[in-house]
Design a binder for this molecule. Sequence first.
Ligand SMILES: [Zn+2]
Length: 230
Amino acid sequence: MLKKREYKNSIFNIFENGKIVFGYTETGFKKEYLSEIYKCEILDLKQIHSDIVFFSSDIRKDSEGDGIILDQHGKLIIIRTADCTPLFFFSNDFTNAGIIHIGWRGLFEGIENQIFEKINVPVKDINFYIGPSIESNCYEVGVDLYDKFKDKKYRDRIFTKKSNDKYFMDVNLGITLSLLEKGIKKEQMSYSNICTFCDKNLPSYRRDRTKERIFNFMLLKPKMSDSFGE
Ligand SMILES: [Zn+2]
């Protein structure tokens, strides 16, 4: 679905059509490259593993939260990840779109549900793309997390027991099952199927304890009337 592009010897991956661009960067790609390429203002958040989702027009310099819904054209939003999941979404007509940051805390808080509360689009018209993130086989967690998720219907499908007090956790399956519970169909979901821990071209916090992050970005292109004036 996404295509590789190069800029200043760094790689980024994009989906693009006449209305939208979204994608993710690989290790070494600098945030300012995105403003150079797309020539627009960048909006991002101080991410805090919450269930707080902003409309892009409400973002201020110190805004704290973990999801952005684009309600503007010509602004580029960024969500940073290194093992956590970037959940991209967009309506069939590309008028509603955004990115949510989901780690185990976000999944526990149900941040993905904010999409349905904040946008007024029929469930059948929303598409999702799960970007590079840590896979279950590489994501060992303690029994405390398994216990914490006891009220989630999907719990026993996303945790695999490894030993008495260790489990593997599949955050992406948790997101998928949560969205299916909301009425999303499997055909509306797509996946990068790339594990940040396994793919050495992507930063992984678990693997490297790195400060480096993937920049997951999205831009609704300016409308024709915006570019040519009224
Ligand atoms: Zn892996």
